[in-house]
Design a binder for this molecule. Structure first.
Ligand SMILES: Nc1ncnc2c1ncn2[C@@H]1O[C@H](COP(=O)(O)OP(=O)(O)O)[C@@H](O)[C@H]1O
Ligand SMILES: [Mg+2]
Length: 378
C-alpha cells in the first residue's frame, strides 16, 4: 500500500510542503554564488529543502551542478578528503574514464588511487595516501574551484551535518585550512547545514572561529499550520478520505508543527480513520505512537538524573521562568545554577535544543509522553 504521508529522510516533491520563501531566497543566493549556512534542530527539514533546491535548479540552470557530502558518518579528516574528492568527481563527470583523466590533471602534488565496483560509473571512489595529504591538502580543498573553472560550471558543494567536523582530531586546524581555501573560491559555492544549535553556533557565530562570517546564516523555522493543513487535507482527499480543517489543525498542534512528526502522526491518523477522520482517530493514533516508543522513552528517562528529569517535566509543562523561585520550588530544581547544568546535560543528550531563544524538544512525542507520565499527576 502506498501511504499518503512520508517521513524518514529526504522527501520528494509530492510530499514537500511550502517553504516557498526559503526556496526563493536560497536559490537567489546560490545563483549569486553566496555561501550559505542553514541551521535548525534535527528533522525540521534542512536536507529535504536543500535537496529540493538542487532538483529545481538542476532543471532550470544548465551550468549549476550540486554535489552532496553528508558528514554524518565521517569521523576523521582522512575520510573527509577521500569522500570529498570522490563526490566532487562523481557529481562533475558522469563517466569513470573522465573522472580519472581529469583527476590526473588536477592532482599534481598528491597521488590519487582509484577503486571501482562492477558498475564503475556508480561505484567509483578515489583515495589518497594520508601522509601526503596531511602535508598538502590544498589540491583536494581546491577541487571544487578547479573543476568549476575547467568545466565552466558552478559546483554547489552541499555539506550536510556539518557540525560533525567538530569530532575530527584537530577540528580547529581543519577548519582553518578549509576556510582559507574556500573563501578564495570564485566559481563554486557552499551550502553548509546542520543540527545541534550549540555546535553550529560555535562554528559560525563565534568571532574567534575560522568559519565566522563565511556565509549568510539562515535559521530554518517550522512550517506554518495553514500549509500543513492544506497538505493534510489534500492527501486525505486524494485517497478518498477526508479530514476537517479543525481536526487537521489539532493534529498539527499535537506535535507542534514539527515536520517529521506532523507527517508521522498524519500517517497514523490516516491509517486509523475510516472515510471521515474523527477526534477519536487522532487520539487513538497518538496513543498508538506513544505506545510504540514507550520502551525507548522509559530508557531515556532511566539515563537521567533526578534534577534533569525534573527540569524536563518543567519544560514539558512549558514553564517559562525556569530559574524563577516558583518553578524551582514546584519542580525541585535545587538552584538556578543547577537548572543551567541540567539544561546543558539535556542538550548534550540530544533531548532538547535551543533555537531562536526557545527550548525545543527534539522529539515532540517525548514531550507529550513526559506530560502524560508525570505532569498529569502534579
Ligand atoms: N518541506 C517539507 N514538507 C513536508 N515534510 C517535510 C518538509 N521538510 C521536512 N519534512 C519532514 O521531515 C522529515 C525530516 O526532514 P529532513 O529534511 O531530513 O530534516 P533535517 O535535515 O532538518 O534533519 C522528512 O522526512 C519529512 O517527513
Ligand atoms: Mg538532515
Amino acid at each position: 500500500m502506498n501511504l499518503p504521508f512520508k517521513y524518514g529522510k529526504i522527501i520528494e516533491d509530492d510530499f514537500f510542503v511550502n517553504r516557498t520563501s526559503e526556496l526563493d531566497y536560497l536559490k537567489r543566493n546560490i545563483k549569486s554564488k553566496i555561501n550559505l549556512t542553514l541551521i535548525s534542530p534535527r528533522r525540521w527539514g534542512k536536507s529535504s529543502l536543500v535537496s529540493k533546491i538542487a532538483r529545481d535548479m538542476t532543471k532550470d540552470e544548465k551550468n549549476i551542478k550540486f554535489c552532496f557530502i553528508d558528514l554524518y558518518n565521517v569521523r576523521n579528516e582522512e575520510e573527509f578528503y577521500n569522500y570529498f574528492a570522490t563526490e566532487i568527481l562523481k557529481a562533475s563527470y558522469s563517466k569513470w574514464e573522465e573522472r580519472i583523466e581529469n583527476a590526473k590533471l588536477f592532482f599534481k602534488q598528491i597521488l590519487p588511487k582509484f577503486s571501482f565496483g562492477l558498475d564503475p560509473n556508480q561505484e567509483f571512489s578515489i583515495s589518497f595516501d594520508w601522509e601526503s595529504v596531511k602535508k598538502n591538502p590544498q589540491e583536494i580543498l581546491d577541487l571544487p574551484e578547479i573543476v568549476s573553472k575547467t568545466k565552466k560550471i558552478q559546483l554547489v558543494i552541499c555539506l550536510d551535518e556539518f557540525q560533525n567536523l567538530s569530532y575530527f582530531d584537530e577540528p580547529l586546524n581543519f577548519q582553518k585550512k578549509a576556510r582559507a581555501a574556500w573563501q578564495k573560491h570564485q566559481h563554486c559555492s557552499y551550502v553548509l547545514y546542520g543540527s545541534k544549535r550549540h555546535m553550529m553556533a560555535e562554528l559560525f557565530e563565534n568571532k574567534s572561529m575560522p568559519f565566522y562570517k563565511f556565509g549568510e546564516i539562515i535559521l530554518l523555522s517550522k512550517i506554518e499550520t495553514q500549509h500543513w493543513q492544506k497538505y493534510i487535507q489534500e492527501k486525505f482527499k486524494s485517497t478518498k478520505k477526508n479530514i476537517s480543517p479543525e481536526l487537521a489543525e489539532i493534529l498539527i498542534q499535537k506535535v507542534e508543527n514539527h515536520s517529521y512528526f506532523v507527517q508521522q502522526l498524519a500517517n497514523a491518523v490516516w491509517l486509523e480513520a475510516n472515510k471521515t477522520c474523527t477526534k477519536d482517530d487522532i487520539d487513538n493514533a497518538l496513543e498508538k505512537l506513544l505506545l510504540q516508543y514507550e520502551l525507548f522513552f522509559s530508557k531515556e528517562v532511566d539515563g537521567l538524573s533526578n534534577l534533569q528529569l525534573n527540569l524536563l517535566k518543567a519544560l514539558a509543562a512549558d514553564e517559562k521562568e525556569l530559574s524563577g523561585k516558583k518553578t524551582i520550588k514546584k519542580y525541585n530544581l535545587s538552584s538556578s545554577a543547577s537548572v543551567n547544568r541540567s539544561k546543558e546535560a539535556l542538550i548534550q543528550k540530544e533531548i532538547i535544543d535551543t533555537f531562536e531563544k526557545k527550548i525545543e524538544f527534539i522529539d515532540p512525542l517525548f514531550k507529550i509522553w513526559i506530560n502524560n507520565t508525570y505532569n498529569r499527576k502534579l
